[in-house]
Design a protein around this ligand. Structure first.
Ligand SMILES: Nc1ncnc2c1ncn2[C@@H]1O[C@H](COP(=O)(O)OP(=O)(O)OP(=O)(O)O)[C@@H](O)[C@H]1O
Ligand SMILES: [Mg+2]
Length: 385
């Protein structure tokens, strides 16, 4: 059994010093923003229109090239709301580059930002979009085969509430789009994907189909609920034995046990995915409806306020506060420097400061009069007397 083949890509890329390089004639690489098992992701800029882009890089001599294939999958699925737009694919002298729309943090990043705890509201709002993304990919005759929180990213700017699916290097056509013929059932496959989220059948070496993406998704969703899946943290002498232990736990634990203390809908979802037959088309609408009804029963509103939204707001407020402090300190230092140079200026500055304070005081008292009504006004009058 094997997961993704280990590439030599990262080692080779480390020597390339790619910052500032131009790819595809107009995209300048700015800085590395991520790395995966196959290479490096850079933030870049389109030098013609100034738009931000993301560039996935793969060394030209990599053992198992995947980037051209990934570009083809993006092309074949076509532009879609939940997938990053493909902008360019090409080979440079020493590396291949796939240029796409720049996205924001992954669900794994956001889960960490939220101290590895998502509320039910966030999980359900995500589940709805996660199911839509899978449905879209499946409708275009592909299965993803590496469904995990790192491969779902939120957008940026006006798309910051939209969920995107990425990383199609392991995707596979499960059906011929013209003849609608499904790939045949086989039992001699190596595991493709990530053991933690892989379906039981994928770990057993059975050819993957739509049901396996769905089962992986059910594990992702429970991962968000629980903070950790029961088969995480297993220690074994080697990878092979570790995967065997993971599989053993997945098979032996009953679903109601995995999902205990959570609304029954989560167990229903996992059971549904595990009971699908090889060629079955999942009923995505039924599954979304299941979660939507629960969402409504809990009186939530689908307002796209996720757990991290508040954290982002708090973070922004803290940044603003820090900026204000910095400005105040800078002003004070500047005044002090000036006054050291010229004692006369020190007097002028002190006069100015006193005037500023007086203006602020009078502004404050007038605000009290306007804002708090007559009661305070009388009080102020008395105090003034
Ligand atoms: N369009 C994008 N915008 C912003 N960040 C991105 C984008 N695409 C990828 N990333 C970042 O780079 C990381 C790795 O990308 P990707 O999953 O495509 O590479 P990979 O080598 O196939 O990864 P792995 O095998 O580890 O899943 C992502 O998890 C994400 O953090
Ligand atoms: Mg990935």
């Amino acid at each position: 059994m094997a997961t993704k083949p280990v590439s030599s890509g990262r080692v080779n890329l480390a020597n390339l010093a790619l910052e500032n390089r131009i790819v595809g004639g107009k995209y300048r690489l700015l800085k590395s923003i991520g790395s995966g098992s196959f290479g490096e992701i850079y933030q870049g800029i389109n030098t013609q229109d100034g738009k931000d882009v993301a560039v996935k890089i793969e060394a030209i001599d990599v053992k198992y090239p995947l980037l051209r294939y990934e570009a083809k999958v993006y092309e074949q699925i076509g532009p879609h709301a939940g997938l990053p737009a493909l902008l360019h694919y090409g080979s440079e002298k020493r590396f291949n580059a796939l240029v796409m729309e720049l996205l924001g943090p992954s669900l794994e990043d956001l889960f960490n930002l939220c101290k590895r705890h998502f509320t039910l509201k966030t999980v359900l709002m995500l589940a709805d979009q996660l199911l839509m993304r899978l449905e879209c990919v499946h409708q275009h005759c592909f299965i993803h085969r590496d469904v995990k929180p790192d491969n779902f990213l939120m957008g940026i700017g006006r798309n910051c509430n939209k969920l995107y699916m990425i990383d199609f290097g392991l995707a596979k056509r499960y059906q011929d789009p013209e003849r609608c013929q499904h790939i045949p059932y086989r039992e001699d496959r190596n595991l493709t994907g990530t053991a933690r989220y892989a379906s039981i059948n994928a770990q057993r070496g059975i050819e993957q189909s739509r049901r396996d993406d769905l089962e992986s998704l059910s594990y992702c969703i429970m991962y968000f609920n629980l903070g950790k899946l029961p088969w995480q943290g297993i220690v074994a002498p080697n990878k092979q034995q570790k995967y065997e232990k993971i599989l053993e736990l997945k098979r032996s634990m009953c679903i109601d046990e995995i999902c205990k203390s959570w609304p029954v809908e989560f167990a229903l979802f996992m059971k549904y995915a595990r009971n699908l037959r090889f060629q079955d088309e999942p009923d995505y609408v039924y599954l979304r409806q299941l979660f939507r009804l629960l969402f409504r029963t809990l009186n939530h509103h689908f307002d796209h306020v996720y757990d991290w939204t508040h954290l982002h707001q708090q973070q922004k407020e803290r940044e603003r506060e820090r900026d204000r402090d910095r400005d105040r300190d800078r002003d004070r230092d500047r005044d002090r420097d000036r006054s050291r140079r010229d004692p006369q200026q020190l007097v002028e500055l002190e006069v100015k400061r006193l005037r500023r304070t007086r203006v602020e005081q009078s502004r404050l008292s007038s605000r009290l009069e306007i804002g708090d009504g007559h009661k305070h006004k009388h009080l102020d009058d008395k105090q003034l007397k």
